[in-house]
Design a protein around this ligand. Structure first.
Ligand SMILES: Cc1ncc(COP(=O)(O)O)c(C=O)c1O
Length: 395
């Protein structure tokens, strides 16, 4: 099997698993308990907080553990929105290509009377800093722009947006779920006020994440109950997962340069190979892109069929269509970069990890070429394109 869907999830690293097992076997006490077993667990919890903080340039007291990226996004955005609303600021700026954890939270806030501006991204899939500047208003409570896109891998100008927001005294949150552990992230240098991360995107376990909140900023609890996480997130801490996440993040950051160089070599080889397919196009910027992300559109085929046939050939990949939700709506990200519906349906995302090899890339290129040719042979749309009854969108 060739696994090329690391943006969906990653395999938990050996070091993370070992740390989790040790935690479950030796430090299984409740961190809130006062006896030694509990206090040892609490020490482990605080050390995990320090380790996570250290990887993103934060202080330990600025890290709050959550159940993952979605919860961190929800909590950051709602906290900033309600804090703004109390000061008469009910405007939020975001982008059209955010993850649904952000977009759906913003939709709910809109129903509650907030005004949302979703910035366009152009065909490169990148937010313009000048657009953020132009959208800022007196009543803007929050700017929330993702660090790296989960579908097309585009890296956003976070440092410039951070500087702009700090200058204008507007809170800045970034969903860095796809970036942390893969590209250098420094909340101080980037002037980020709030940042979401998720364990399972960098070889940690699933169901655990963290929210960084700059010291002194307002944070509101989404879950009421005990006083865990300084009263900002009730519930007995999932210590094994937290320790696994801290271990995985330190490991990813320690090997980041080498891993990124390896993955970008594979990525560029894959892009060059797949580009040979006629009427195919890379989605998103070539230059400002996560090291492991490849995303293509192909004319005349359906992404779902492509995925199923690749699965038959032992390749795990992903498509932009929201097949998990049972709908065949094309990806909002591909639509936002200007792909028409029919082309956005024929998309393929390959997201690489450090264990992928060049031989695997050659296999993927061969199989993708073969499967695309096979599907096109059966496609009525492709036949019309070939006959000239329809125009190609991708030349
Ligand atoms: C950009 C982005 N944000 C948020 C999430 C949600 O993270 P989690 O699965 O940890 O809730 C994901 C997961 O795919 C993501 O890619």
């Amino acid at each position: 099997m060739i696994y090329a869907d690391h943006a969906a999830t990653t395999k938990t690293s050996r070091a993370a698993k070992e740390a989790m097992i040790a935690c479950m076997e030796e430090h299984w006490g409740n961190p809130s308990s006062l006896y030694t077993l509990g206090q040892e667990a609490n020490e482990l919890l605080q050390s995990a907080r320090e380790r996570i903080a250290g990887c993103i340039g934060a202080a330990a007291r600025e890290i709050y553990f959550t159940s993952g990226g979605s919860e961190a996004d929800n909590q950051a955005i709602r906290s900033a929105a309600y804090w703004g609303a109390r000061r008469g600021k009910k405007h939020i700026i975001s982008s059209a290509i955010e993850h649904h954890a952000v977009l759906h939270t913003l939709e709910r806030l809109k129903e509650e009377g907030f005004e949302i501006t979703l910035l366009p991204v152009g065909e490169e899939g990148i937010v313009k800093v000048s657009d953020v500047a132009a959208a800022l208003r007196e009543d803007t409570a929050l700017v929330t722009i993702m660090y790296a896109n989960n579908e097309i891998g585009t890296l956003q100008p976070i440092r410039e947006i951070g500087a702009l927001c700090r200058e204008k005294k507007v809170l800045f949150h970034t969903d860095a779920v796809q970036a942390v552990g893969h590209v250098p992230v420094d909340v101080q240098a980037d002037q980020i006020d709030m940042l979401s991360l998720s364990g399972h995107k960098f070889c940690g376990p699933r169901g655990v994440g963290a929210l960084y909140v700059r010291q002194g900023l307002p944070l509101r609890s989404l879950i009421e109950g005990g006083a865990q996480e300084r009263g900002k997130r009730a519930g007995t801490e999932n210590l094994p997962a937290i320790v696994g996440m801290a271990t995985a993040l330190e490991e990813s950051c320690a090997h980041m340069d080498g891993d990124a160089a390896h993955m970008s070599t594979l990525r560029d080889h894959l892009i060059a190979g797949i580009s040979q397919i006629p009427h195919s196009a890379l989605n998103g910027s070539c230059d400002h892109r996560l090291p492991g992300n490849v995303n293509f559109c192909f004319e005349g085929i359906e992404g779902e069929s492509l995925l199923l046939l690749l699965d038959d050939r032992g390749i795990c990949a992903s498509s932009g269509s929201a097949c998990t939700s049972g709908s065949l709506d094309p990806s909002h990200v591909l639509l936002a970069i200007g792909r028409p519906h029919e082309v956005a349906h024929g998309s393929l995302r390959l997201s690489l990890g450090k264990e992928n090899t060049m031989e695997e890339m050659d296999t993927i290129i061969r199989e993708v070429k073969d499967v695309v040719a096979y599907l096109r042979k059966m496609s009525p749309v492709w036949r019309e394109l070939e006959k000239g009854a329809r125009n190609y969108v991708i030349q």
